[in-house]
Design a protein around this ligand. Structure first.
Ligand code: TYM
Length: 332
């Protein structure tokens, strides 16, 4: 059976972008047709300024939301990255496979690094090496497919390059994975600034729908979404990014197609109203299930414990093989 791995970083509350771009596919498709592992990748949350108590809280919340979104521990493995030492162990070997030039070319490093410098903050070394840890997350499980939003495509490409390079130099150890993306909404944009991605850590959050927002908050945010000049409803990401974003969100909710939907609407107002209702209905069951699960932290803990045990069992022999292949003396 094919192996799937993907992860989510507990750096903020999960968003509609996370759900439509990744988590929904994990729940509706990947866990049913592959041996799938999904991880709350908490080590990645330490690459930028962080508050320890908040990271801990958000890690638990992200795990609870993944279960609320339909990940079924009977069908897939859900765990927290830092519970499995193999990620950090393998990351170092991959640091010895990658080059600093490759790291500096990563778009997310350039963007986040520039933002931190502009704010007068120092840039953690781990922000530069982050994609190597991500490659380790993926390669430790002999992963075939990595279901992610568009923004992670470059990181998965790097992962492929590192796997191929390692295999060529030291013998075949790693499966070369490929990214998969949803048909629509692979890049949900901020409702207030439709030229940038809807992200967990956006300032203020007026343009971001969080999975735990209540129905009225969701309606307000979508009704206040920035639309474009012009009146006709067309799907064109270049010239009408605001409207295109709403059409993509609505078609993701209805399993439709943004071009076809554009023909149905005569005003931005009607499009916003239907999009708001569709998102409210899409997220309602998730929010309800989250409330039930949040009341039972012992259950969530047990899922994470069992998930980490299984993940460890899969990763350990593979990472041991990589240690031997690269020339390290076995511990005996
Ligand atoms: P993260 O935590 O930023 O996002 C988790 C997933 O959500 C997708 N996503 C989006 N999709 C569509 N529109 C958006 N606005 C949007 N925002 C986020 C992301 O593409 C991602 O699939 N580096 C990763 C975490 C990671 C990982 C891994 C992923 C670490 N190790 C190994 C896969 C495999 C990240 O920062 O995702």
């Amino acid at each position: 059976m094919k192996r799937t791995f993907s992860g989510i970083k507990p750096t903020g509350h999960l968003t509609l972008g996370n759900y439509l771009g990744a988590v929904r596919q994990w729940a509706e498709v990947d866990q049913h047709r592959s041996d799938a592992l999904f991880s709350v990748v908490d080590l990645h949350a330490l690459t930028v300024e962080h508050d320890p108590a908040r990271v801990r809280r958000l890690s638990r919340q992200a795990a609870t939301l993944l279960l609320a979104a339909g990940l079924d521990p009977e069908r897939c493995t859900v765990f927290v990255q830092s519970h499995v030492d193999e990620h950090a162990r393998l990351s170092y070997l991959l640091e010895c496979t990658a080059t600093d030039g490759e790291m500096r070319r990563m778009i997310q490093y350039k963007e986040k690094g520039a933002r931190a410098r502009a704010a007068g903050e120092s840039v953690r070394l781990s922000l530069l090496t982050y994609p190597v840890l991500m490659a380790a997350d993926i390669l430790a499980y002999a992963t075939d497919e990595v279901p992610v939003g568009d923004d992670q495509a470059q990181h998965v490409e790097l992962t492929r390059d590192l796997a191929v390079r390692f295999n060529q130099r030291y013998g075949h150890v790693f499966t070369v994975p490929k990214a998969t993306h949803p048909r629509v909404a692979a890049r949900v944009m901020d409702l207030q600034d439709p030229t940038s991605k809807m992200g967990k850590s956006a300032e203020g959050g007026a343009g971001v729908v969080y999975l735990l927002d209540d129905a009225d908050t969701i309606r307000r945010k979508i009704m206040r979404a920035v639309t474009d000049s012009g009146q006709d409803v067309v799907h064109d990401r270049e010239t009408r990014p605001g409207v295109a974003n709403l059409l993509e969100i609505l078609s993701a909710c209805e399993n439709g197609n943004p071009e076809a939907l554009a023909g149905v609407y005569e005003s931005y107002g009607a499009l916003k109203k239907d999009t708001a209702e569709a998102v409210v209905e899409l997220l309602r069951p998730l929010r309800e299930r989250h409330a039930e699960l949040a009341a039972d932290p012992a259950y969530v803990d047990e899922v994470l414990r069992a998930g980490a045990a299984r993940a460890r069992g899969l990763a350990r022999p593979l990472v041991d093989r990589a240690y031997r292949a690269i020339g390290l003396l076995p511990a005996g």
